[in-house]
Design a protein. Structure first.
Length: 365
């Protein structure tokens, strides 16, 4: 048994903390921390009352302050930190974990975070400290990461990889904020091993995600970073369904990128997200699985295509992150410190083991 520090008291933080408290045989103690301790206290009180789990503590912490994070980690002495709070706090929490020798997981989808985690310096520090660094253990990027590895196994000499998904359950606040941040950066693809910007809406094609051919366009999804480290395939792009007229709209919007990147505009857009985007309710989430698609190509023109249906992205994120925690506990003595993607840690079939997931469907060549 070990102690875990969870940072973030929003919706995912609440569910994650409840799930951990349901497994006292795994977690001897839980600390829930966020900038606002009162939010953590409410969750902790609910857990004590509803589950009878008493080994839970709360704390206030500025997740952008490394010395403050280090002090909290050293005081509580967890074996693992799970970050489920705001994007771009990941880097400071990651640094604090490396300094204190504690494993780090998060549910980020931000390409700069993945690139930082797999940078030469962070990878070296993780190996030397015997710390496992694994961002992206939620819907970003577990299903697509596992699919990428499965496709690499099917076509070992692949030089091009395309990944995508279709979900009809709507946006969460966190995903919407990530999209807004992406508007300032434009779209990103990997070409010859290097990440390059391309105009939003400029790359379009038809894709059958699993329910017939749909118009689609590229988006700057986390696999542009992670799939390269998982598979070594040098050319990667990521796709979602998008009606042609909206893709053209995104192309026009790309012209306004300098304005969209200003702090004032970003702040206004994110405030609108907080005010108007609530995310889908539980009934909607449970009725809307997510379709995941991938395709690899080699220099000879051979193409392999595979798909898998997984749970809605909200439930998937919680179940996936907890499964990663459980696997880390079960395999702690076998895993060495370093920077990982989920599929690097647990293999391509990890996604098939998660609640709500089907098995891979390989399209006949």
């Amino acid at each position: 048994m070990s102690k875990v520090l969870i940072i973030g008291a929003g919706g995912v933080g609440r569910v994650t903390t409840f799930k951990c408290a349901q497994h006292p045989e795994v977690f001897s103690g839980i600390m829930l921390a966020s900038r606002t301790k009162a939010k953590c206290d409410v969750i902790a009180d609910d857990i004590r009352e509803q589950l009878g789990y008493q080994a839970i503590e709360t704390a206030s912490v500025d997740a952008e302050n490394v010395p403050e994070l280090v002090a909290l980690i050293r005081s509580y002495q967890p074996k693992l930190v799970i970050h489920v709070a705001l994007p771009y706090q990941d880097l400071t929490i990651m640094d604090a974990c490396l300094e204190t020798g504690v494993h780090y997981l998060d549910i980020t989808g931000e390409i700069p975070v993945f690139e930082y985690a797999h940078s030469t310096d962070v990878s070296r520090r993780a190996r030397e400290s015997d710390v496992i660094i694994c961002p992206g253990v939620g819907f970003d990027v577990v299903p697509t990461d596992c699919l990428a590895l499965k496709l690499k196994e099917l076509l070992p000499d692949a030089t091009g990889l395309s990944l995508g998904f279709e979900t009809r359950s709507g946006l969460s606040r966190g995903t919407a904020q990530t999209v807004i941040e992406g508007l300032a950066e434009g779209c990103l693809v990997r070409r010859n091993g290097v990440i390059h910007p391309v105009p939003m809406g400029s790359l379009r094609r038809k894709i059958d995600f699993g329910q017939g051919s749909r118009s689609a366009m590229t988006i700057p999804w986390g696999d542009v970073s992670t799939a390269y480290y998982t598979t070594s395939i040098p050319n990667v792009d990521t796709w979602v369904p998008m009606p042609t007229v909206l893709a053209w709209g995104a192309r026009l919007l790309d012209i306004s990128r300098p304005l969209l990147s200003s702090n004032w505009v970003q702040g206004k857009l994110k405030n609108l997200v907080k005010r108007y985007i609530k995310g889908p309710n539980e009934q909607t989430r449970e009725s809307q699985p997510t379709l995941v698609w991938g395709e690899v190509r080699n220099r000879e023109g051979t193409v392999k295509t595979a798909r898998i249906n997984v749970d809605n992205l909200y439930s998937f994120t919680v179940n996936s992150s907890l499964a990663v925690v459980g696997n880390l506990e079960d395999n702690a003595t076998e895993l060495s410190g370093g920077s990982y993607t989920p599929a690097m840690l647990f293999g391509s079939d990890f996604v098939e083991s998660l609640p709500g997931s089907d098995t891979f469907q390989i399209e006949a060549s």
